[in-house]
Design a protein around this ligand. Structure first.
Ligand code: UDP
Length: 353
């Protein structure tokens, strides 16, 4: 039995959706590690909530998401920083744990790696390269402590110039996702509504095909969303809301396809495996995580990055995809058991050193 301390992202409380896929991965890993008999405590900003999970809530000001800033941004912490407070807490309790697992894409935890002497600090790098200061500290940590850093995908690691990285991938709690064989006539787009996700491309594709687009996720950048509404007054799209997994999978399952249109190198794209688990084919740009997950023409289509025409052509042949093949792909490669095995192996590798 391992005693594990998970440190969440300081950009928002758990279950707020501000942390995106990293909230999802943390929750899934916590559940799987608990199921295996390990002890898991989660340190997260105040007002966090996760079912069946023991959370130590820490007060303080939230951190601004790294991806919403310029590449040459300096490292900034607000006064009474929740990030600083979370790591101060971890410092005090480090001798009660076997391993600390950092989920935050922030400079401070990487920098602190060698200062924790009572127990190792392992890191999940949850995004590709977005700033020079983060690139520097991540590469420095990989250089000094290669066994302590993992990524979602190899394509993500390559954005830092890392040729061979340890990759944990991602997973879903499959029984929570119901397979839907006969969809309704709409397309889905799921994610944080923010410029790096390029929702406008999916809206443009909906306008051309005339197939309604339902949008689910955290409305993170309101000015960006207003601009899309202004630019596409006649496109058939609708913002439905930000939902719990149970509600989200009900809507998602009935979609003809999920459109994934990120402008950046998506580290993984958790929404993709959630769609596949419901039997929903995924149409994604051939870039980042989807390249490693999707089987082109079998579980969806990989199209030329940033090409709305590519999206439209893929939508027009979506009926050639067997929805059962999508579900099977999620079952084979993205179960919690598979992620749990990989994670335990990695933890043991760290602890045996
Ligand atoms: N999500 C959610 N409710 C919604 C829409 C999205 O809980 O209504 C979650 C979704 O399950 C996924 C996350 O938001 O886990 C988005 O993660 P992804 O890896 O796709 O992108 P990121 O936000 O990390 O860039």
């Amino acid at each position: 039995m391992l005693k594990l301390l998970f440190l969440s992202t300081p950009v928002g409380p758990l279950s707020s959706g501000i942390g995106g896929g990293v909230e999802f991965t943390l929750y899934n890993l916590a559940q799987e590690m608990l199921r295996r008999g390990h002890q898991v405590n989660v340190v997260a900003p105040e007002n966090s909530a996760l079912p069946n999970t023991s959370i130590i809530e820490i007060s303080g000001q939230l951190q601004i998401s790294a991806q919403s800033q310029e590449r040459d941004i300096l490292i900034c912490l607000p006064p009474n920083s929740v990030l600083g407070n979370m790591w101060e807490y971890a410092r005090k309790v480090q001798d009660q744990y076997d391993l600390i697992f950092n989920f935050a894409y922030d400079w401070l935890p990487f920098y602190l790696t060698p200062f924790f002497t009572a127990c190792p600090v392992a890191h999940l790098v949850s995004m590709g390269s977005v700033s020079e200061a983060m690139d520097h500290i991540i590469l420095q940590t990989v250089d000094q402590f290669p066994h302590l850093v993992t990524f979602y995908s190899q394509t993500q690691a390559e954005t830092f110039g890392i040729k061979e990285a340890h990759c944990l991938g991602s997973a879903i709690d499959l029984p929570l996702y119901k397979y839907v064989n006969s969809p309704d006539d709409y397309l889905a787009w799921v994610g944080r509504i923010a410029p790096e996700k390029a929702l406008e491309d999916a809206v443009a594709a909906a306008q051309i095909t005339g197939i309604p687009l339902k949008i689910f996720g955290k409305l993170q950048d309101i000015a960006y969303w207003e601009q899309i509404k202004q630019d596409y007054p006649n496109a058939p799209f609708e913002y439905v809301g930000f939902f719990s997994t149970d509600e989200l999978q009900q809507y998602l399952g009935k979609a003809r396809a999920l459109l994934m249109t990120p402008r950046w190198v998506e580290a993984f794209g958790n929404v993709m495996i959630e769609a596949l688990a419901c039997g929903v084919p995924v149409i994604a740009y051939r870039r980042g995580g989807p390249v490693e997950v999707l089987q082109d023409e079998k579980t969806g289509f990989l199209v030329e990055p940033d090409s709305v025409t590519g999206l439209v052509e893929a939508i027009q042949k979506i009926n050639t995809i067997d929805r059962m093949a999508c579900r099977s792909s999620a079952e084979q490669d993205y179960s919690l058991q598979a992620l749990g095995d990989r994670t335990e192996q990695w933890f043991h590798h760290i602890l045996l050193r």
